[in-house]
Design a protein around this ligand. Structure first.
Ligand code: G3H
Ligand code: 13P
Ligand code: ZN
Length: 341
């Protein structure tokens, strides 16, 4: 029996993006695979009064189980509503459950039928007309159920498990109007120099600062500006937007890990993007790394520890702090649905 996201208390992205565009901030889209990540994301967003997109990749869906995911999302909404009631919040934060990088119509349909309120169909690897045809097929199914759809034009480089693209191709601004008109998507993911994972730029693409830390080439704000000018008022999405927080890299390496020359997108550039037409910023890798750093620290300092709560708990606390800081300092999404708790 299909379940509608509306019965789970979730929202699609339309009103969220309208407000984000007008308020010149971006809605955080944080990926999760397990309970601790989900708790951290919704706790941070509830406390900072930020809208939030809970993002699930096809790999995460396989890992967590489709049915369990639906109840986890419903549970997360209920937990947030209880927090809001306890604090006497004047508004509720909107919460979206979103499929990240859906690659087939069947996958998008299955997510929509199982309570997702938003889906991405990533057909950016296909020729232009085929990308449009597949994206439009998903839009037609989603629209009838009031689910929002994100499409993608241009390709990001990256080495994530199921999101592979050896070479990036910037989004061609000349094609965005036709893509949006023919697909009628609600938002468009673009490629302007971000990429997935912890190694976004090769050392030879970067310079080094005084501490020897890699400084990546700047994002292509000129392409973003051209796209904004061609699609006035239209929500743009930025994937591959982790900053690869250097404190987390250092902690991982200090406590037995090996992440050499990991580098991400500087946060000041993301802040700049969030003030533009970019209404959704995707962050997964930073969460993975902050969690790994905290767990490695416990294992290194307390080798006798074997209670998962004793290492997952500190990891969850570190995630909450990181997400709050992102909402406040990078995305600008904090305090948009009432006063922070
Ligand atoms: O954009 C990709 C996300 O980071 C998801 O990665 O496919 O390993 O879950 P994943
Ligand atoms: P990062 O790997 O930079 O966190 O990007 C995540 C992402 O784009 C998810 O779709
Ligand atoms: Zn992505």
């Amino acid at each position: 029996m299909p379940v509608s996201y509306k019965d789970l208390g979730l929202a699609n992205t339309r009103d969220m993006f309208r407000r984000a565009f007008a308020g010149r901030y971006a809605v955080p889209a944080y990926n999760f695979n397990n309970m601790e990540q989900l708790q951290a994301i919704v706790t941070a967003c509830a406390e900072t009064r930020s809208p939030v997109i809970l993002q699930v990749s096809s790999g995460a869906r396989k890992y967590a189980n489709q049915t369990l995911l639906r109840y986890m999302a419903e549970g997360a909404v209920r937990m947030v509503r209880e927090m809001e009631k306890a604090k006497g919040a004047s508004q509720e934060i909107p919460i979206t459950l979103h499929l990240d990088h859906g690659d087939t119509f069947e996958l998008a349909k299955s997510c929509i039928d199982n309570g997702f309120s938003s889906v991405m169909i990533d057909a950016s690897h296909l020729p232009f007309d085929e990308n449009i045809a597949l994206t439009r097929e998903v839009v037609d199914y989603a629209r009838a159920r009031d689910v929002s759809v994100e499409g993608e034009l241009g390709r990001l480089a990256g080495i994530e498990d199921e999101v592979r693209s050896e070479h990036s191709t910037y989004t061609p601004p000349d094609l965005v109007i036709e893509f949006v008109k023919r697909t009628t998507v609600d938002s468009l993911a673009i490629s302007i120099g971000t990429s997935h994972g912890a190694y976004k730029f090769k050392p030879e693409q970067c310079t080094r600062d005084a501490r020897g830390i890699l400084v990546p080439p700047p994002l292509r704000f000129d392409i973003l500006a051209e796209i904004e000018q061609k699609l006035p008022g239209f929500p743009i999405v930025l994937h591959g937007a982790s900053s690869v927080i250097q404190e987390a890299v250092t902690a991982i390496n200090t406590f037995g890990g090996k992440m050499k020359d990991a580098v991400g997108v500087p946060e000041d550039q993301l802040r700049q993007a969030a003030r533009s037409a970019v209404c959704k910023i995707n962050i997964d890798t930073d969460g993975r790394m902050v969690m790994t750093a905290a767990i490695r620290k416990v294992f290194a300092e307390s080798p006798g520890e074997f209670d998962p709560r004793k290492y997952l708990g500190p990891a969850r606390t570190a995630l909450v702090e990181m997400y709050k800081r992102k909402n406040r300092e990078v995305l600008g999404s904090a305090g948009r649905y009432g006063e922070e708790f």
